[in-house]
Design a protein around this ligand. Structure first.
Ligand code: ATP
Ligand code: MG
Length: 375
């Protein structure tokens, strides 16, 4: 088995897709500082399922996605594919080539594909156990790792030897078996608890079952007693019913007689109702008439009242006329007296005038005698 091909896209400093074909004879990659050599090693470990962002020189897994550079936008996902030549069937897959792909999106979602088919990380790890390839194995010795190995404790170094000796797979299986055993023991404990609980419940259920059985016995007895009681009651009720039937028959006969009388009375009642209707009709006609007469009477009363008012006014007027007449008569009497007095005065004055005229005549006669004498 050997590494044949590695293609990277959107991982760390590899913004665009870069593909490496490791043909025979290629032993190393060289380049200036910071050109991305170590990123290639990281890429190889990442695609095989490395979970620690720190050991890949990042703070978190999303740091593995190309983060942008001057004039370049960051990538939405990182994708790496590695292809192994498997003609010697080192990997337990029946193919000449084994391709492993890992994808990581910015949302945090990730997926693994084995020969284009989705697969679980666990199955991938299992596939590469004891091959020297893998995140914990010795095929990838990154910068500074040799130093770390030399300084490592014998126990830490043991992991590497286990992998080289091909017993990692069995150790991993043993760990898995031990884990399962532990889980089974815990389950056993839980089952013991459950059994205890079930037994406790069984005791209580047995008690309840005993109670239920006696309940059933009593229930049967009760049913029997109820049936007997019901039968006795049935006989008693049947006798009572037949007695009641006789009474009902007698009552029915009496009812028939009463029915005939009722029919007769009803016919009579119908006739009485008709009469009553007629009387009601005439009564309502009379009432109408009474209403009319009452209206008329009230009109007449109003007229009488008006006439009486007018009469009172006339009487008052008459009285005033009489008073005026009496005043006029008194005035007439006064004037008559005045006239009489004036007539008398006139007579006196006439007499006086007559005396004057006679005096004048005599004086004129004297005058004329004197004139003649004078002449
Ligand atoms: P040296 O010879 O010093 O060991 P190198 O060739 O191993 O260098 P790397 O360490 O592989 O170089 O690459 C480091 C470069 O990768 C740095 O320039 C760093 O900015 C870049 N880089 C690392 N992570 C990202 C990332 N997520 N996005 C963009 N660039 C990244
Ligand atoms: Mg480096």
């Amino acid at each position: 088995m050997f590494l044949k091909h590695l293609s990277i896209c959107g991982f760390k400093s590899f913004a665009d897709k870069v593909a490496f074909d490791f043909g025979p004879g290629i032993t190393c990659i060289v380049g200036p500082n910071g050109c991305g050599k170590s990123n290639l090693v990281d890429a190889f470990r990442w695609v095989l399922g490395e979970q620690s962002a720190k050991s890949l020189r990042g703070r978190q897994m999303l740091d593995m996605i190309f983060n942008g550079a001057e004039g370049r936008r960051s990538a939405g996902m990182a994708q790496i594919e590695v292809v192994f030549d498997n003609r010697d069937r080192t990997l337990p897959v029946d193919c000449d080539e084994v391709a492993v792909m890992r994808k990581l999106y910015r949302s945090g979602e990730s997926e693994y594909l084995l020969n284009k088919e989705p697969t679980r990380l666990r199955d991938l790890r299992e596939l590469f156990l004891d091959t020297g390839v893998g995140t914990e194995a010795y095929s990838v010795i990154e910068q500074g790792k040799i130093d770390a190995l030399l300084r490592a404790s014998p126990l830490e170094r043991r992991t590497l030897f286990d992998e080289a000796a091909g017993i990692s797979r069995y150790k991993a299986r043993r760990r898995e078996a031990e884990r399962r055993l532990e889980r089974t023991q815990q389950n056993l404990l839980r089952v013991g608890d459950i059994i205890e609980e079930v037994e406790r419940r069984l005791r209580s259920v047995k008690l309840q079952a005993g109670k239920a059985r006696s309940f059933q016995t009593y229930q049967t007895q009760l049913k029997e007693l109820r049936a007997r009681f019901s039968l006795a009651e049935y006989h008693r009720f049947t006798a009572a019913i037949s007695r009641q039937d006789e009474l009902v028959n007698a009552d029915a006969d009496r009812g028939l007689g009463l029915r005939t009388r009722i029919d007769r009375d009803e016919a009579h009642a119908v006739k009485l109702t008709t009469d009553a209707d007629r009387v009601t009709e005439s009564l309502s006609a009379t009432e109408n008439e009474l209403v009319r007469a009452t209206a008329e009477a009230s009109g007449l009363e109003e007229r009488i009242a008006a006439t009486q008012r007018r009469l009172a006014e006339q009487t008052e007027h008459l009285q005033r006329s009489h008073a005026r007449r009496d005043q006029h008569q008194a005035r007439i009497a006064e004037l008559t007296a005045e006239i009489t007095r004036l007539e008398q005065h006139t007579q006196t004055l006439e007499e006086k005038a007559r005396g004057q005229r006679e005096l004048i005549d005599r004086l004129s006669e004297e005058d004329r005698g004197l004139a003649r004498e004078l002449a």
